[in-house]
Design a protein around this ligand. Structure first.
Ligand SMILES: Nc1ncnc2c1ncn2[C@@H]1O[C@H](COP(=O)(O)OP(=O)(O)O)[C@@H](O)[C@H]1O
Ligand SMILES: [Mg+2]
Length: 232
């Protein structure tokens, strides 16, 4: 399988005034297309920061992110936005739907940005797939947390991303709702054959992926393949 994501000696320091907080101290790993992997680590260990850099949402202080063969390091904000729309899906812990748009319109956004045809029908099909056809015209505030996250799954898959990042996608949901969203995420991912990078501190959830990368103190402390165990 071709390499879809390559992270080389990635460092990130947040500067505010004369305070400098180095969150990532040199992260290295790479993923092949179709990999399903979890990134785990204690709260504050830099998981969200790392995911944002991998997805081109933010820029590293040094080191390299190569996504689908494209080096993100020196791209402008606009160029990174284009790469994201072309190749990346992202699911946030707090859903991040656009509050002034309906569920349907939220799912349509990435499709419209790509200039696709039949945008409304495609978005409707995706909403039906996540069980929300009847809620298409509702606004995010009119939906429960689980429903909002299902809309955000539909949105994330709508541009058929080469790679999907999910940052604690069930972290704000109760257990039962979380399990439903989790199953949907894995099902959609299997159907689409997408590379999935999942940040979680839920070790049960992490164990359902093929590979677990642990970060602590800004470095990778272990990187283990779990599929052997799962299949055996
Ligand atoms: N934009 C920012 N500015 C300054 N510090 C930040 C910023 N984002 C995150 N941090 C800090 O970086 C550290 C890692 O945060 P984060 O990546 O959110 O960790 P995690 O997702 O593992 O909980 C934390 O100490 C956090 O306070
Ligand atoms: Mg986080």
């Amino acid at each position: 399988m071709p390499t879809i994501l390559e992270i080389k000696d990635l460092k990130k320091t947040y500067d505010s005034g004369d305070r400098h907080l180095t969150v990532l101290q040199g992260i290295n790993f790479s993923l092949e297309a179709g990999d399903v992997c979890a990134i785990v680590g204690p709260s504050g260990s830099g998981k969200t920061t790392l995911l944002g850099l991998c997805a081109g949402l933010d820029r590293a202080s040094s080191g390299s992110v190569i996504l689908n063969g494209i080096k993100l390091d020196d791209l402008s904000e606009d160029e990174r936005a284009q790469v994201r729309n072309q190749y990346v899906g992202f699911i946030f812990q707090n859903f991040q739907l656009i509050p002034t748009l309906t569920a349907l319109e939220n799912v349509m956004v990435p499709l419209e940005l790509r200039g696709e045809r039949n945008v409304q029908q495609q978005a409707m099909d995706l909403l039906a797939r996540v069980g929300l056809a009847e809620r298409a015209v509702h606004y995010p505030t009119q939906l429960s947390g689980g429903e909002q996250q299902r809309v955000s799954l539909a949105r994330a898959f709508s541009n058929r991303p080469a790679i999907l990042f999910a940052d604690e996608p069930t972290g704000n949901l109760d257990e039962e709702t979380g399990e439903r969203v989790e199953k949907l995420l894995f099902d959609l991912n299997r159907e689409a054959g997408t590379t999935l990078v999942l940040v979680t501190h839920d070790l049960e959830l992490a164990a359902k992926t093929d590979r677990i990368i642990r970060i602590k103190g800004g470095t990778v402390v272990s990187d283990e393949v779990t599929s052997v165990v799962n299949n055996g």
